[in-house]
Design a binder for this molecule. Structure first.
Ligand SMILES: Nc1nc2c(ncn2[C@@H]2O[C@H](COP(=O)(O)OP(=O)(O)OP(=O)(O)O)[C@@H](O)[C@H]2O)c(=O)[nH]1
Ligand SMILES: [Mg+2]
Length: 457
């Protein structure tokens, strides 16, 4: 296995600001590498202490190596290999803001550290075996999470939920390879070669398990991006006003002029059980205005992907017209919405949600109806399984492994290929899963053969 140190620049001690830039109480500057401690000392830390305690915050009067005072800070050393990256890590908590962190960062560089490239700390963690690739992605997902649902998913992935599942699947491939290796090497054994049906059954159930995990991708995508809720209706229906009211902030432009919204505007609302991704669209109508026409084409494209559509109108006739227009353009659940309800004195009719962006009337009920529609759609996506894949990389890796298993089964069932040739597909399936998890190891099959088959006995 390649270690961090064998890569170009892998010996460097890297430094970066770990917290967001700008005004804030505290900033954390992180150093990682063999020289982390000596750089910390060059900045005034651990003066007169020959043997600093790891994992203990120590107060330090930070100064530049040239002697210039920088800050009154806290410093903590995480000794290798028990650190985030697996190398020596030093974290310096300074006062926040624009100047102090920049000066401390510059001082670290002056003392011999190199500015880290994006993701380099986590990359080192992967190369040093502190986490696998899937967990590294979970770190990014946790930081980027825009909803509590995605946050929960990222935490579980960071905890190794998906990694364990992928490792178990990879183990099953190895088990199959071992069965075939045994079959090839010992066809004349007393108890005979492995029954072909046993191998076929195992391969089929493995292929099905790969497919099941692969099929969690649509649900993963919904967790990541939110349920797509498109607000559709004629110009001036109050769609942008509704969009703003649902989000509780003024995101979209609102004017009394029909045709105000030209481009789709998106925003995510963190709701349970699923985040909602609202899209405000251009009003649906025939128009000669080229730009507005483009906007309407965008609306149509969104409608084609929508999971929920709010069919808006300021009158029953408008709502009906909207429903009529979108019915053939969307696979989503359609919720009829009567906008500007504050202006309407007529008796409410059955299933139509009546809302007013002006007074806030009906907004809560509408949100609950959307949650319900989103969940009913999501139930169809649900697998009753907590572990799911959220990235195209995961889906593609599983698809590759799945296709290799299919190829293997074809060859195995027909008996057209000799076993060692058919087994090449298993090898490829294992590689696809290894790439997914980020492991490179060739000893696994041999280990398994020896352990399960007691060949030396
Ligand atoms: N009284 C009242 N007026 C509203 C309400 N919602 C929107 N309006 C008014 O209706 C007009 C159009 O609102 P928009 O939200 O821009 O309508 P739109 O559907 O986005 O229009 P386009 O982008 O042109 O398609 C504006 O003058 C709003 O102030 C409401 O709930 N009550
Ligand atoms: Mg608008």
């Amino acid at each position: 296995m390649v270690t961090a140190r064998q890569l170009p620049g892998g010996d460097d001690t890297i430094v970066a600001l770990a917290t967001a830039t700008g005004r804030g109480a505290i900033a954390v500057i992180r150093l990682s590498g063999a020289r982390a401690i000596s750089i910390a000392r060059a900045l005034g830390a651990y003066a007169g202490v020959s043997d600093p305690h790891p994992r203990r915050a120590t107060r330090v009067a930070l100064r530049h190596p040239n002697g210039e005072p920088l800050d009154d800070a806290l410093i903590t050393w995480f000794a290798a290999p028990r650190s985030y990256t697996g190398d020596d890590v030093v974290e310096i908590s300074t006062h926040g803001g624009h100047v102090v962190p920049a000066l401390v960062l510059a001082a670290c560089v002056a003392a011999g550290a190199r500015p880290a490239t994006p993701g380099e700390f986590t990359r080192r963690a992967v190369l040093n075996g502190r986490m696998d690739l899937v967990q590294a992605e979970a770190v990014a997902d946790l930081i980027d999470a825009r909803s509590t649902a995605m946050h929960r998913q990222a935490l579980s992935q960071l905890d190794g939920g998906l990694s364990r599942r992928l490792l178990a699947l990879r183990d099953e491939v190895i088990q199959l390879e071992a069965l075939i290796a045994y079959d090839i090497d010992f066809p004349e054994e007393d108890d005979g070669p492995i029954a072909p049906a046993r191998i076929q059954n195992a391969a089929e159930s493995l292929r099905d398990a790969l497919r099941a995990l692969m099929n969690t991708a649509p649900r993963g995508a919904v967790l990541r991006d939110g349920v797509l809720v498109v607000i559709a209706g004629p110009p001036n229906a109050g769609k942008s006003s509704l969009f703003n009211a649902l989000l509780g902030e003024s995101r979209a432009l609102v004017t009394p002029i029909a045709g105000t919204t030209r481009d789709a505007i998106e925003a995510v609302l963190d709701r349970a059980p699923l985040p909602l991704r609202f899209v405000d669209t251009a009003g649906l109508r025939d128009t000669d205005d080229a730009i507005e026409r483009l906007g309407i084409e965008v609306s149509t494209r969104y409608l084609g992907q929508a999971q929920v559509v709010l069919a808006c109108g300021a009158s029953e006739a408008d709502i009906e017209a909207t429903r009529h227009v979108i019915a053939t353009r969307t696979p989503g659940v359609i919720i009829p919405v009567r906008t500007k309800a504050d202006l309407d004195a007529s008796v409410p009719s059955g299933s139509v949600q009546r809302v007013s962006a002006e007074t806030g009337q009906g907004l809560r009920d509408l949100l609950e109806a959307i949650d319900g529609a989103a969940a009913s759609g999501a139930v169809m996506l649900s697998t009753g399984d907590d572990v799911l894949v959220t990235r195209e990389r995961h889906r593609a890796g599983l698809a590759a492994a799945h296709d290799e298993l299919t190829e293997f089964l074809l060859a195995w069932e027909s008996g057209a290929l000799p076993a060692p040739v058919a087994a090449v597909h298993l090898y490829a399936a294992r590689e696809a899963l290894s790439d997914l998890i980020g492991i490179v190891d060739t000893e696994d099959v041999l280990d398994r053969v020896f352990r399960d088959f007691c060949i030396g006995k």
